[in-house]
Design a protein around this ligand. Structure first.
Ligand code: HEC
Length: 116
């Protein structure tokens, strides 16, 4: 059951990302405000302010972006790479093509402020 739920969530989000990519980069209306992009593209898994809902953490292994452990090792290049390529295990989709370069830069800068 847990695997099924995980697969369904990933498939749903991957579908959304693909759809968004197909409709010519319209995530958050093309906004380059980091918080706005985060709400539109990331909050469904990571929560509005980077702290994932318990269910997402438990079922999908979503990381807490406000936690001390992540904040101690976060840097621009790692976050940007994660956003572009997603997680190697397929639980987080890559956003390359779905978000513009400016949106990726903005959301990366926003993630660097989470938990402050
Ligand atoms: C489908 C749910 C989902 C969405 C949508 C999603 N993520 Fe993730 N994210 C995850 C999961 C699951 C992980 C943990 C992956 C792993 O196990 O390596 C993760 C990990 C991360 C990490 C690495 C955390 C660490 O501990 O190193 C960052 C940074 C991140 N996400 C940022 C984002 C940003 C920014 C967005 C929006 C552009 C986003 N995520 C959208 C599910 C998601």
């Amino acid at each position: 059951m847990r695997r099924l739920v995980t697969a369904l969530v990933v498939a749903a989000v991957a579908g959304t990302v693909a759809t968004l990519a197909a409709c010519d980069r319209t995530v958050a209306g093309g906004s380059t405000d980091g918080a706005t992009v985060f709400r539109a593209a990331c909050a469904s898994c990571h929560g509005e302010r980077g702290k994932p809902p318990q269910q997402m953490a438990a079922q999908l292994g979503v990381r807490d972006l406000t936690g001390a452990e992540f904040r101690a090792r976060r840097d621009r290049a790692t976050i940007e790479g994660q956003v572009r390529k997603g997680s190697g295990n397929g639980r987080m989709p890559g956003f390359e093509g779905a978000l513009t370069a400016a949106q990726i830069e903005a959301v990366t800068a926003y993630v660097l402020t989470l938990g402050d």
